[in-house]
Design a protein around this ligand. Structure first.
Ligand code: PGA
Length: 231
């Protein structure tokens, strides 16, 4: 069974929600689908034939943290997965590995599953530093973390939203590396420009456990076409 995660980012509008939810109800799949809307819209996706995921979280359970959402609140809303350490959080909102590590631990403490994103930039790839970068991200983000309770998403930054994807062999090698170094049982997803045309091909990769899908998950018909190609 594959894990297919829709990272809707800041895209869905209130007026889109009913249609998105209704169309999801008709989906027939053996895979687990996870919908990650903006936290504002989590209640609308609370019950359905899919799991609920959040795009971000703070690490404290409650208190004076204006604008933040706590892991306890997410758990109470029925959230099962939380995306942590997405490159947009790292690059636009200056999240570092230390903060991400606190978030990963807070998510697990509240009995949810973090989807920890890692991946190299174009420059790092050109300098052949992919493995070094991923190793540092994982070592620092996984301090005191039981890797039986997490999902890792390999998301090369140069592939996110660009339409460019790595060679399948490169994805396979990174996934192998992560499983061998950290935990053979940890689910490892691929994310970055997954679309209806390339998903079947990427799905052929022997050790892949699923996908983290951004822009191609926003249009529900398009997302369903993708789901239908993941056997
Ligand atoms: P993309 O985004 O599918 O639009 O490339 C993936 C992600 O950022 O998780």
């Amino acid at each position: 069974m594959k894990l297919v995660v829709a990272n809707l980012k800041m895209n869905l509008a209130y007026s889109d929600i009913n249609n998105y939810r209704n169309k999801m109800e008709d989906v027939i799949t053996d895979n687990e689908i996870v919908i990650c809307p903006s936290s504002l819209f989590l209640p609308f996706f609370k019950s359905g034939k899919y799991s609920l995921g959040a795009q971000n979280v703070y690490f404290e359970d409650k208190g004076s943290f204006t604008g933040e959402t706590s892991p306890l609140q997410l758990k109470n809303m029925g959230t099962k997965y939380v995306i942590v350490g997405h490159s947009e959080r790292r690059n636009i909102f200056n999240e570092n590995n230390e903060l991400i590590n606190k978030k990963v631990n807070a998510v697990i403490k509240n009995n949810m599953i973090p989807i920890l994103c890692v991946g190299e930039s174009k420059e790092e790839k050109d300098e052949k530093k992919t493995y070094e970068v991923i190793e540092k991200q994982l070592d620092e983000c996984l301090i005191n973390v039981d890797t039986n309770n997490i999902v890792i998403a390999y998301e090369p930054i140069w592939s996110i939203g660009t339409g460019i994807i790595p060679e399948e062999k490169d994805i396979e090698n990174v996934i192998n590396y992560i499983k061998e170094k950290y935990n053979a049982n940890t689910k490892v997803l691929y994310g970055g420009s997954v679309n209806v045309d390339n998903v079947a091909m990427i799905n052929e990769i022997s050790n892949i456990d699923g996908f983290l899908i951004g822009s191609a998950s926003v249009d529900i018909s398009n997302f369903i076409n993708i789901i239908n190609k993941i056997k």
